[in-house]
Ligand binder design. Structure first.
Ligand SMILES: Nc1nc2c(c(=O)[nH]1)N[C@H]1C(S)=C(S)[C@@H](COP(=O)(O)O)O[C@H]1N2
Ligand SMILES: [Mo]
Length: 352
């Protein structure tokens, strides 16, 4: 995967497993093309592709009856298509003022796609939840090398599983690419990437959250001196905005400068984006452009007439439909999750 093409469209942080972020200029389209979509893997992508003839998904645990579906049956079920933006919890980590452990993501650990699949609640209703059903665990096929061969398993509350979680077999009109979870991945809409388990083979309904490395050691927001389990697990994507044009550090001639970006807020639709050209002293409303869908990012544009030469800092601040405003600064945590700061995501250009 780390050929010239990958390097042009993505910045590779580790090759094996592949962890690579999309270069910001490829985040200017509303749909992030599959081959440009960021990659985040805890273990090697399987060398043997999954044999679709023998693949099936089983739902078991706190259910009245186990349900097993194969690929063909899945494709025959009523299909839904939903636009959904997801972001890796560590996205923006390297922009934090105080360093935090983990892959040095900047802004490209995010993407938007139209996902085709089936609602998870349909299958859960078929299986029939018992009264003790509390969490729904997703098991992937991959084994993590680094963490002594443990499976990638994540669980989410049953309410989220029943209300707005997709099982996706299609990404932007194509079968899910192998790198993104073929044949099937879980997709709790508006939630961070870690909750979107790839290469699904089993769903277990449990009477408590799943306990394991990827639930209890990482993907939790905690402070120094705390145990990871003292912090909350990462769930919904925080409200934030990124600037995709101009490039940070660009040198541009005086005159009109087109500022482009994307704002996203997990389960809440974006209501507006403001831009500041004076380090947050004053704000002007950007124009929202492109499709508007609840779980998808909203693109924005603002044209600034730069009359003076010199350094220019550009900031963007997102607002969502619930009335929330993106914070000026991110709140730090040990693993550097959820960097949603306006200041951390500002860019500086030179006007000449
Ligand atoms: N089976 C499995 N699912 C997984 C992961 C993984 O390592 N294994 N990584 C998770 C994380 S942390 C993220 S951010 C997303 C990344 O999805 P992508 O590689 O399709 O962009 O997948 C999630 N699902
Ligand atoms: Mo992630």
């Amino acid at each position: 995967m780390s050929d010239a093409t990958t390097n042009e469209v993505k910045r590779v942080m580790t090759e094996n497993p592949l962890n690579a972020e999309t270069n910001p200029q490829y985040l200017r389209s509303w749909i992030t093309p599959n081959r440009y979509f960021f990659s985040r893997n805890q273990s090697r992508i399987m060398t043997e592709p999954i044999d679709i003839e023998s693949w099936s998904l089983t739902i078991e645990g706190e259910v009245e009856r186990n349900v097993t579906v194969d690929y063909e049956q899945l494709l025959k079920m009523p299909k839904v298509e939903v636009a959904n933006t997801f972001e890796c919890s560590g996205n923006g980590r390297s922009l934090l003022r105080k360093p935090a452990r983990g892959n040095p993501w900047t802004v490209g650990g995010v993407g938007n796609a139209v996902w085709g699949g089936v609602w998870l609640h349909g299958l859960l209703e078929e299986a029939g939840l018992t009264d003790s059903a509390k969490h729904v665990a997703f098991e992937g096929f991959d084994k993590s090398g680094r963490s002594s061969g443990i499976d990638f398993v994540r669980s989410i509350p049953v309410e989220k599983a029943m209300s707005s979680t997709l099982l996706a077999y299609e990404m932007n009109g194509e079968p899910l690419p192998e790198a993104h979870g073929y044949p099937l991945r879980g997709l709790p809409l508006g939630w961070t990437g870690a909750n979107c388990v790839k290469w699904l083979r089993k769903i277990v309904v449990m009477d408590h959250p799943y306990e394991g490395y990827f639930m209890d050691k990482v993907y939790r927001v905690f402070q120094e001196g705390q145990q990871p389990t003292e912090g909350d697990p990462v769930t919904e994507i925080p409200l934030k905005s990124i600037i995709t044009q101009p490039s940070n550090g660009a040198e541009l001639p005086r005159g009109r400068i087109a500022i482009l970006g994307a704002a996203y807020g997990g389960e809440d639709a974006i209501a507006g984006v403001d831009v500041s050209l004076d380090r947050g002293n004053s704000w002007r409303e950007a124009e929202l452009i492109g499709p508007s869908e609840r779980y998808a990012w909203r693109h924005f544009q603002y044209v600034h007439d730069a009359v003076e030469a010199g350094e220019l800092t550009i900031m963007a601040r997102a607002k969502d439909a619930s009335g929330a405003t993106q914070p000026l600064a991110a709140s730090w945590n040990v693993l550097g999750y959820g960097n949603d700061g306006v200041e951390e995501h500002s860019i500086t250009i030179r006007v000449v």
